[in-house]
Design a protein around this ligand. Structure first.
Ligand code: UD1
Ligand code: UDP
Length: 377
């Protein structure tokens, strides 16, 4: 039996972890047992708890309760608490997801104790080290023993950074294995779509044919000019369109400071812009599926837009999910107000139809479990 210790902390990691837990439960429970540790990076009910009940994720055995803080404070507290748990649990390997501070803390704590690290969603790069996530990704990848990339671009990035494509039966810290397995989030969209699309309360709450928007990236929320540009573009688009914006708590806190009270009041009075609390994953899949366009700075939401065959406008300088842009189904508009508005008009006039399957076959979790069983002990 292989014992895995899974680290989650931020909203998208909880969602990602559900795919692997599901695969373990359905097909690999004879070989793999999983202990889940929640760092507590996200803690509001609608940023954490809602996903456990809705997505049937096993309850974490530990919650480190770390909460919010500066990067050093948050990551440092996690590492200290993780060391104790690793000493006690003695897992065969640790699973980390994506690129948050919880990912990095897991990578550092385990690798320094010579516990193998398995990085899911490895290899992604924005080539911009001013992003905290880029630092987390690079450092985590380079102490991992099994690396699973969701895209070919991710795999190629690892090769460029010196990883070998040769696969070993017994990979080690100094001789890791890298695999291109497809996106575990695609597994989830395929699995949960059928439940989301028929949810009566979502149908009643949200209707259809709106523009869906999410904003949470620190580069946008903490910069007056950038956040103002985004909301000015949304205000302009709201003349002809309904917009639904499930708002990350970070953005809600920063809006009055960055936009000023008058602008916030104007937005609140605008009946075509519906600013709501963060929604559950099933509600989110429903919103994505019923939207006509998605405007976002989220990594996960960009991909889900693509899976559900919706065009998207990316509110960032660059994207790690470059394949989406290369197909012509997404535009990187950064926070250029005119570009956001004109791209929206273009996409709404002519909706893209061709979304080739470039993120795997929806069975990434099974692939990952199979490789873990074959190589980790
Ligand atoms: C984090 C990740 C980011 C990921 C995002 C997913 C890092 C460096 N960033 O960003 O990569 O895309 O999660 O959503 O790890 N807050 C609450 N309640 C919560 C959680 C957060 O109010 O439950 C507020 C706090 O004011 C906090 C702020 O949001 O200071 C930012 O939270 P934090 O987890 O530090 O970063 P995110 O912006 O959520
Ligand atoms: N999501 C959600 N409710 C929301 C907003 C997002 O369930 O109100 C889901 C979304 O469908 C995706 C994931 O959260 O699966 C993306 O997380 P987020 O945008 O916070 O982070 P990122 O992917 O950018 O790291």
């Amino acid at each position: 039996m292989i014992k895995l210790l899974t680290i989650i902390g931020a909203r998208p990691q909880i969602i990602k972890a559900s795919a692997l837990s599901r695969a373990i439960k359905t097909s690999f429970s004879k070989n793999i047992t999983e202990v889940i540790v929640h760092t507590g990076q996200h803690y509001d009910e609608n940023m954490s708890e809602v996903f456990f009940s809705e997505l049937n994720i096993p309850k974490p055995k530990y919650n480190l309760g770390v909460g919010s803080g500066s990067h050093g404070e948050q990551t440092g507290k996690m590492i200290i608490k993780l060391e104790d748990i690793l000493t006690k649990e003695k897992p065969d390997a640790m699973i980390i997801y994506g690129d948050t501070n919880s990912t990095l803390a897991g990578a550092i704590a385990a690798s320094k104790m010579q516990i193998k690290v398995i990085h899911i969603e490895a290899g992604l790069r924005s080539f911009d080290k001013t992003m905290p996530e880029e630092i987390n990704r690079i450092l985590s990848d380079h102490v991992s023993t099994l690396l699973f990339t969701p895209t070919q671009a991710g795999y190629d990035n690892l090769i460029h950074e010196g990883f070998s494509s040769t696969l070993s039966d017994k990979p080690t810290f100094n001789c890791p294995n890298i695999y291109h397995c497809g996106d575990i989030m695609y597994d989830n969209t395929l699995f949960f779509y059928k439940y989301a699309i028929n949810k009566i309360d979502s149908i009643e709450k949200f209707g259809k044919d709106f523009i869906l928007c999410t904003i949470h990236r620190n580069t946008n929320t903490d910069d007056k000019e950038r956040l103002t540009n985004i909301f000015s573009a949304l205000e302009d688009m709201s003349k002809d369109n309904k917009i639904i914006l499930p708002l990350h708590p970070r953005t809600r806190k920063m809006m009055p400071l960055m936009l000023g009270e008058d602008f916030v009041k104007r937005l609140e009075k605008n009946t075509n812009i519906k600013i709501i609390e963060p929604v559950s994953f099933l509600d989110m899949i429903y919103l994505e599926a019923k939207s006509k366009l998605i405007v976002t700075d989220s990594g996960g939401v960009q991909k889900e837009a693509y899976y559900l065959k919706k065009p998207s406008i990316i509110l960032r300088k660059q994207t790690e999910w470059i394949e989406i842009v290369n197909t012509g189904n997404a535009v990187v508009a950064d926070t250029d107000k005119d570009k956001i508005i004109s791209s929206a008009k273009a996409f709404l006039k002519e909706t893209p139809k061709d979304f080739p399957q470039i993120f795997g076959d929806g069975k990434a979790a099974e692939f990952i479990c199979d490789k873990i069983i074959k190589t980790i002990k």
